[in-house]
Design a binder for this molecule. Structure first.
Ligand code: GAP
Length: 551
């Protein structure tokens, strides 16, 4: 388990990332651009591995999830329907004295204070809030700043042509919900997964790549039946404990069980790539923190070196992923704004409804009606129209129709990369016989995510037989994994280079490989990164041995 580390170690990590080619500042030769980062050779491989593992776990290895790859720029109507045009903003303020700009909530938080809202929803600073740069209390009022990047589609820069770079990948999933469901021949419950770029014009990007302006998300929208439909079909809705994995999905699960299931599935995913549970934290959003349409949201946190400590010295962590139960809000919004139906027909529900006693029908009808009416009135639909629409919706339920609810596990690729890097980073001080000490850096990545899986090293580069054999081993492994061939410098130096890159295994081709000891012909020395232990392995067994450990 990684110990909580300090900001000092963060500086060392940033420096290693640059030195070894994990992460570079974007546009560095021009002085950089705040909030944008590039991934170097090792970072690009690490990222690719993480995305592929997410994709395989969340889509390919499941019967009930299909994939999507949508465009970054979509109809601006999508962002109106989702609420992003009107409400996707952070409170911003400026110091009148030193002119520094802040995110007002973070400015308060950094001083142990909390930004509040007045009765009209206007942000107000608590007494004593000051500029953390110059200590002045002369701050502008916090004002909302929309985080979406704006652009124009086509040659005319007019309001009619405004479009946005997507601030999340989720909305494309909702907009394509019907197309995916039909073409993938899925039925609720099922999910749609997507990995892709998202853009937010963050007021103050910070903590290295943690809060960037361009980043990637891995999002699943998992569509489920409303609880009233589950109850109509199965008699009741099962709820599960708020801790622990609830097991294989069951037909009588309501939103709460599905939500808990996805929280735990995601934790298993993190554990499977080397983030032990003890390095994670959880934050269950309070009623005040939840969006008005959300039923619950659990943030999965990681204890980053920069994560703050509470009054007892414990590190809670910072958000890696949010797992939200978003009710039927998203599809309902798109149905209202696009005028296209987003509901599904469920024959099992229609048949079950017909067999229910009248009181049960009335009870379910009324609960569904009330939920729909609440959603509609909160979304600004006038009371009479909302009542009429909710009546239609509840009548629809009785005929087997509903708008699916959704559970959304939404993860940030870049935050996960940063978590994996800080988790892997290990320093050891080695002292030689003469008392000289040096610091050794090892990136202890889980073999599944490690950028390079195996280093192939000929013992000497001036012995053509050794080199030929090493090249043959490299070529044998290359179609299956990322291999790094290295013949430069002493073997110790080469091992150290691979340790810093996080390569879990190295194989050395030596004279025994060539048959100096006949019983060792066609074997290699296999060295483990984490403890330096070595063993002998047959070349014929090498590929499968490695595959068993890196998959
Ligand atoms: N569709 C829901 C959604 O986008 P979010 O909590 O705003 O929810 C989900 O974002 C995840 O995306 C976060 O948990 C985080 O990992 C990542 N993320 C969000 N903003 C980010 C930023 N500015 N830089 C890097 N990652 C970010």
């Amino acid at each position: 388990m990684a110990e909580p580390k300090t900001n000092e170690s963060m500086e060392k990590i940033v420096s290693l990332c640059k030195r070894r080619g994990f992460i570079f500042q974007s546009s560095e030769i021009y002085g950089g651009i705040n909030g944008f980062w590039d991934y170097g050779p090792l970072g690009a491989e690490l990222k690719r591995n993480v995305k592929e593992l997410w994709w395989n776990t969340m889509t390919r290895e499941r019967e009930d999830v299909a994939g999507l790859e949508a465009t970054i720029i979509m109809s601006p109507a999508i962002w109106k329907a989702s609420g992003h045009v009107d409400t996707f903003s952070d409170p911003m303020c400026d110091c009148r004295k030193c002119k520094k700009r802040f995110r007002a909530d973070q400015l308060c938080e950094d001083q142990g204070l909390a930004l509040t809202k007045d009765a009209n929803g206007k942000f107000i600073f608590p007494a004593g809030t000051k500029c953390t740069n110059c200590e002045s209390t002369d701050l502008t009022e916090p004002r909302p700043f929309n985080l979406m990047f704006k652009t124009y589609v086509g040659p005319v820069e007019s309001e009619d042509n405004v479009a946005y770079l997507r601030p999340e990948t989720a909305q494309a999933i909702f907009a394509q919900f019907k197309n995916v469901m039909e073409t993938a021949r899925q039925k609720v419950p099922f999910g749609i997964g997507q990995i892709g770029k998202a853009f937010r014009n963050e007021v103050t990007p910070r903590n290295y790549t943690f809060r960037s302006r361009e980043f990637e998300q891995m999002e699943l929208e998992f569509f489920i039946k409303p609880d009233e439909a589950v109850e109509a079909i199965h008699g009741s809705v099962v709820t599960v404990p708020e801790t622990g994995h609830p097991g294989e999905p069951q037909p009588n699960w309501g939103w709460q069980a599905w939500h808990q299931y996805w929280v735990e599935e995601r934790v298993r995913f993190y554990e499977g790539i080397g983030l032990a549970r003890a390095t994670l934290g959880f934050h269950r959003q309070t009623a005040e923190e939840l969006a008005h349409y959300a039923r619950a949201c659990v943030d999965i946190l990681f204890k980053f070196p920069f994560s703050k400590r509470d009054e007892n010295g414990n590190v809670k962590g910072d958000e890696l992923e949010g797992v939200a139960a978003r009710s039927d809000f998203d599809l309902s919004q798109h149905a209202r704004f696009s005028g296209k139906p987003m509901g599904v027909f469920d024959d099992e529900l229609r048949q079950a409804w017909g067999k229910l006693p009248k009181e049960k029908q009335d009870d379910l009808w009324r609960r569904y009606y009330e939920n729909r009416k609440r959603y509609l009135t909160k979304s600004g639909v006038e009371a009479e129209a909302a009542g009429k629409q909710a009546t239609d919706d509840a009548n629809g339920l009785a005929k087997g129709q509903y708008i699916p609810h959704v559970i959304e596990p939404s993860a940030g690729v870049d935050r996960l990369i940063l978590a994996l890097i800080t988790n892997a980073y290990t320093e050891t001080v080695k002292t030689d016989d003469k008392g000289k000490s040096e610091t050794i850096y090892t990136m202890k990545f889980h073999p599944r995510v490690a950028p390079i899986k195996v280093g192939v090293l000929p013992l000497l580069k001036n012995k053509p037989e050794l080199v030929a054999k090493a090249v043959a081993v490299r070529d044998l492994l290359r179609p299956w994994m990322n291999v790094y061939y290295d013949d430069g410098g002493s073997i110790g130096k080469r091992y150290a280079r691979q340790d810093e890159a996080g390569t879990p295994f190295c194989v050395t081709i030596d004279f025994d490989t060539l048959g100096e000891k006949p019983e060792l012909l066609d074997t290699v020395t296999l060295r483990y990164r984490d403890d330096g232990k070595q063993e002998r392995l047959k070349i014929s067994e090498l590929r499968d041995w490695l595959l068993a450990r890196i998959r």
